[in-house]
Structure formats: C-alpha cells, structure tokens
Design a binder for this molecule. Structure first.
Ligand code: GAL
Length: 415
C-alpha cells in the first residue's frame, strides 16, 4: 500500500528526505525566476497533495538552452529525469529517438484530442501518439510598458513601429532607459522575431522564419528589420549585455526603464511585484502585430525509465498538468494562458483575458505561428544559426549588409 502524503508545503519539507519508497518525479525545468518559481510551486503543491513527491532539477537560463544541454548529459549517462519541461521542436527531436513515454492511456479517456488546440497538438503528439502534456500557451510578441512613464508620454500605447520609436524618444527625454533588453542570444531572437512580424506581417514571418525562404531572409523587408534592430539598440542602457530577462522586467517595474519586449512570462514578474495591469503596467501586442500571435507552449514529457514503477507517478503528473482547475491556477501566476480551450477566462486578469482572446482569434484567422526563439519555429540547429547572425548584427559586430548575406547561408548550413 502506498504511503499517504500530507498535503501542501508541509509534505514538501517532510518528504524531501524520506521520499525514496514513495512515488516521486524528478523534474528538469528552467523556471527559476520569481514569477516562474511561483507558478511551479502551484504544480509542486498539487502533486504533493496527490502523493507524488517532487525532486527538483532546476537549470537556470531563459528559454531552456542550458536545461537542454543538461538533459543531453543525463540521457547520455543513461539516467534521464522522469519528467522534463520542453518546447516544440525539442519534443519532436526526442520523440524521434524513441525515448519518451507514451501517454495515450491517459490522454485517450481524458479527451485531450478535443481540448488541446491543433497547433499545440502538432508538438504534443508524435506518430499519432500523445508524448507530452502541455501546461500552457505563451506568446512572445508582447510589449510591457510602465504605466506612469506611458502616461507622461501622452498615455497612448504605440500601434506601429513609428509610434513605438516616438514613445521610446519620449522615455529618453524623461531620463529613463527607454527599452529594457537583455543581450542574450535567445532574447535578441525574441526581439527580432517580433520586429520581423511587425514589419512583414504574418505571411512574411511564415515565409522567412518557418519556410526559411532565402529571398525573404535577405530581401528589403529583412533589411528594414535589421535597420530597426540597430535603431532599437540605441535605446538600450549600457549594461544590457548578458542581462537576464527578469532583471529587465524589474527595471520596468521599478520605473527605471519604460518598456520591455518579452513573452508573457514577464507578466509573472509584474504580478509577483504586486503590480496590476492597466494600473502599474500596460500589456500590448508588440507594435504592429495586433491580430497575430507567435506562440510557445511549455510541455512536460516523460522519459522512459528502467524502473517501470515510476510510470504511475509520471501519469499522475501528466494528469495533474492537464486538469482544468490546475491550468487556471498555474497560468494565472505564470502569465501564460491555458493549453485547453475549454477553460473559462473568468479568473484571469486583463492581460490574461486578452491573451486568451488573441490566441483564439489568431487560431481562427490563420495568424497563429510558432515562435522561433522559443522552439516552435525551427529545429534548434536552425534557431541557433539565426540567433548567431541576429546577435552579431545587434551588437554591431557585423553590418546589416553582412547579416543579410549570412542569414540564408547560416540557415541552409544548419538544415
Ligand atoms: C520560455 C518558456 C517560458 C519562460 C521563458 C523564460 O521558453 O516557455 O515558460 O520560462 O522561456 O525562461
């Protein structure tokens, strides 16, 4: 008979040392920033209440680059974690290797097919079988603005790039950092994909990024994008290089910076600081991208284990992740929206409601596409090849002309 756990944090403390004989999951993830950790706690506590102990394997580093490196090392050593946070194409790559647990016995009776959007299912299923449980849908084309700074700038949120630059000029005149950015390849890529979408629209994004069309990657629209990147860099502060994304969010929260382009996990930081949408901060789609959504979905995959006894805990975790009430509780804190379409928006704040509305609208209109920077646009090799060029150009190491020349070449070589 299984030991019955105490619920909640009491168990987390007590069970940490004594979990061996009980059911447990070792979870590899990169949710180490304040808002992320708060959201993860919702899951930890939920599982503790269900008698599943949590063995934490956090690997810091936004977008999971470092976490994926740590995962490869564990799998190579023949000791994969039981559960792993993972994004789009990485899920596909691990599926192809045949090392992920099949979740069909759970997903079938629970009707996941009917409630998970097709765009997400494309990554949650492999060869017709469920191999991942989606916990959320994030999107990357957002802009987070300090409300007081915006009010001083006239109060109108920018709807296109011209208005965006005008707002940044105003922030500069206010004596604050206009745009809080962290110079890490994935963050540069997150900014770049928003500008690509803004300047070219969804058809162009699909052609350039999802289809990796060489003409789109080197043409006049892309020239405009790189020119914008250079111009945007002029609005960063001097210490942007290498800065973590959550520290940039903190600059906006504290009023030291006016705005940040970032996925909606940034909202988790604002909420954790006690900030309220439309009062302390404003969330808008990145200027020029309203109506379009670049999505990424965090999913949990379960690795096949030598010890078959772990399967039950894995299924319990997957079931917990897909529970409608959990999807509400978790995503309210995380900044994302539920990965199920049958969950009401009642409990979500204004940004969450907007996120859910935008997602449904974009899915219906064909203006929903995977985020490159967060694993849903291209396999990681292509993603990293694009990051290289984007980062070098943003840092002035190569010119726009050189970037336009290198981008299609780098992508081709990585394919
Ligand atoms: C994304 C992930 C989010 C958030 C972000 C920053 O790739 O989907 O959940 O954690 O990275 O770390």
């Amino acid at each position: 008979m299984r030991h019955v756990f105490l619920a909640g944090t009491a168990c987390l403390a007590l069970c940490a040392g004594a979990a061996r004989a009980e059911e447990s999951v070792e979870v590899l993830h990169w949710w180490t920033a304040g808002g992320e950790a708060a959201a993860l706690n919702v899951l930890k506590e939920d599982l503790a209440a269900k008698g599943v102990a949590w063995k934490d394997m956090p690997v810091a580093g936004g977008s999971g680059v470092q976490a994926m490196t740590a995962l490869r090392a564990r799998v190579t050593a023949g000791d994969p974690p039981t559960a792993v946070q993972m994004l789009g194409f990485d899920i596909r790559e691990w599926s192809e290797m045949g090392v992920l647990s099949n979740l069909d016995t759970l997903a079938g009776p629970a009707g996941w097919d009917k409630v998970v959007p097709q765009a997400i299912q494309a990554f949650s299923k492999y060869d017709g079988h469920w191999i991942a449980a989606p916990v959320n849908v994030h999107s990357t084309n957002w802009l987070w603005i300090n409300k007081a700074a915006l009010d001083k700038a006239g109060g109108k949120a920018p709807a296109d790039m011209d208005a965006f630059f005008a707002m940044l000029d105003n922030f500069k005149a206010q004596g604050i950092v206009p745009l809080a950015h962290g110079g890490q390849p994935w963050q540069d890529g997150t900014l770049w994909e928003a500008v690509v979408l803004s300047r070219g629209g969804m058809d162009f994004y699909k052609k350039a990024v999802l289809e990796a069309d060489p003409d789109a990657l080197s043409g006049e629209t892309m020239r405009q994008v790189f020119d914008d990147m250079t111009r945007l860099r002029g609005y960063f502060d001097n210490s942007f290089s290498g800065r973590d994304w959550n520290l940039s969010s903190a600059m906006v929260i504290e009023g030291k910076a006016g705005a940040q382009e970032m996925g909606d996990w940034a909202k988790g930081e604002f909420l954790r600081a006690g900030n309220v949408p439309d009062k302390d901060f404003v969330c808008i789609r990145f200027p020029g991208t309203q109506g379009n959504v670049l999505f990424n979905s965090d999913q949990f995959v379960m690795f096949e284990q030598k010890d078959a006894g772990l399967k039950d805990a894995q299924l319990k975790m997957a079931a917990a992740v897909m529970d409608p009430a959990f999807q509400i509780a978790f995503n309210k804190v995380k900044g994302s929206v539920p990965a199920r379409t049958d969950v009401p928006d009642t409990d979500f704040d204004a940004c969450g409601k907007k996120g859910m509305r935008d997602l449904a609208e974009a899915a219906a209109n064909g203006t929903l596409a995977g985020s490159l920077a967060h694993g849903h646009g291209q396999p990681s090799s292509v993603k990293e090849a694009i990051f290289d060029v984007v980062t070098q150009q943003l840092n002035g190491q190569i010119s726009t002309d050189e970037a336009l020349k290198r981008l299609p070449q780098a992508v081709k070589a990585a394919m």
